[in-house]
Ligand binder design. Structure first.
Ligand SMILES: [Zn+2]
Ligand SMILES: [Zn+2]
Length: 394
């Protein structure tokens, strides 16, 4: 059975996959600067006899063609970038690039996909169809490496019928994976707002236009966009984490500066909400004698796991891991640039459990103590190879 062969291969290559992960972990690079990472991946692909071409500067694409006749195409995606975080883990493979850390597990995704490529390469005679490997830069930074690679044609020639991606999840025990069909993660837009008034002595409000009071009204009124205009069946979140009014007890400032985030899971509502928020903020400021500059920086779209593809992929995962090791995921209001693929092609983004409480591996992604239970890498390499082969119709 193909499953048994994959299991055996993933066991055989496990040590090498962990070594690759540790190499990447100790040499992290920031978004759009994955130069050495990209060269490392290129070298590993060459060792497997795979041709690749580069996209979006540091991204790589390679094809593995099965020997059996089939023109089906499945794409597998890994992201490669790290975060500006100073690693606090005292491990032999800790970051050697001070202030930069693989704190989102993209080292795991990249080394795992290289392992999957190794398995698939040695099983070419067993399957038909084409597997497209996508190693993308800059998941963590706008506009997102995925959007650039799509612009450069990563989803064409050949066009995949399905795109599959995985992401570590420290909430799930190693040995398990999680799936969710349908809407899974949110779009995320950044809001940059300047409320302008006229500053002066706090004892003479009649001579000033107080931007602090205007801002107070804007902040509370904007929540009504969520509570009164959003469809309650569709999640929306509006949060402002930065409010700067740099006056004093007796000084009204000239302006107040705000930064926030707006997240949802519907593209039409997303655009509508942008218009409503801007109009409301500008209208309130104007009615109170001030003005408001409301700037929106569009981030990633929402991530949707295509129902049929996700159901079949989940079924294959259950075959490979056993039903008890495949969990249901709840929706999550974080954003992920895999969403760009999911807006263009049938896609499935699942979670790889990496938690091991007995070893204290519990920290969230994007924290200085994040790490993974590496035994998950044996599962992840084999599982993805199996999912790809099955999804190709073998
Ligand atoms: Zn991240
Ligand atoms: Zn990530």
């Amino acid at each position: 059975m193909i499953q048994d062969k994959i299991r055996e291969l993933s066991g055989n290559i496990f040590g090498g996959v962990v070594a690759n992960r540790r190499h990447l972990h100790s040499h992290p690079e920031l978004s759009f600067h994955e130069v050495e990472t990209s060269a490392f991946v290129a070298k590993k692909l060459e060792e497997l006899g795979l041709e690749y071409h580069k996209m979006a500067d540091t991204g790589l694409v390679a094809l593995i063609k099965g020997d059996k006749p089939s023109n089906n195409v499945v794409a597998l995606r890994a992201d490669m970038d790290a975060l500006p975080i100073l690693e606090a883990n005292d491990v032999p493979y800790r970051s050697q690039n001070s202030g930069v850390m693989h704190a989102c597990g993209h080292d795991v995704h990249t080394s795992s996909l290289l392992g999957t490529a190794q398995i698939l390469t040695s099983l070419k005679s067993e399957f038909g169809g084409i597997i497209k490997l996508i190693f993308q830069p800059a998941e963590e930074k706008l506009p997102g490496g995925a959007s650039l690679m799509i612009k450069e044609g990563v989803l064409e020639n050949p066009k995949p019928q399905a795109v599959i991606g995985q992401h570590v999840m420290p909430l799930i025990d190693a040995g398990k994976v999680g799936f969710r069909a349908g809407k899974y993660m949110a779009s995320a837009d950044e809001l940059y707002v300047t409320v302008k008034g006229k500053g002066g002595h706090a004892a003479q409000p009649q001579q000033n236009i107080d931007p602090v009071i205007i801002t107070a009204h804007i902040l509370t009124a904007l929540q009504q966009v969520i509570s009164r205009f959003a469809d309650p069946k569709n999640p929306s979140v509006l949060s402002f984490g930065k409010v700067i009014a740099n006056g004093a007890t007796n000084v009204i400032p000239n302006e107040v500066y705000l930064e926030g985030t707006f997240r949802t899971m519907d593209e039409k509502w997303r655009v509508d909400a942008h218009i409503r928020m801007k109009k409301m903020a500008e209208g309130i400021a104007e009615s109170m004698g001030g003005s408001c500059e409301f700037n929106i920086m569009k981030g990633y779209p929402f991530l949707v796991n295509e129902e049929k593809l996700t159901a079949s992929t989940r079924g294959h995962a259950e075959d490979y891991l056993g039903k008890e090791n495949v969990l249901d995921l709840d929706i999550w209001m974080a954003a992920e640039d895999f969403a760009f693929y999911s807006q263009q092609a049938d896609s499935c983004f699942y979670r790889l459990g990496t938690r091991n409480e007995s070893r204290g591996i519990v920290s969230s992604v994007h924290t200085p103590t994040f790490d993974v239970e590496e035994s998950a890498l044996e599962l992840s390499t084999g599982l993805m190879a199996y999912l790809a082969i099955k999804q190709l119709g073998n």
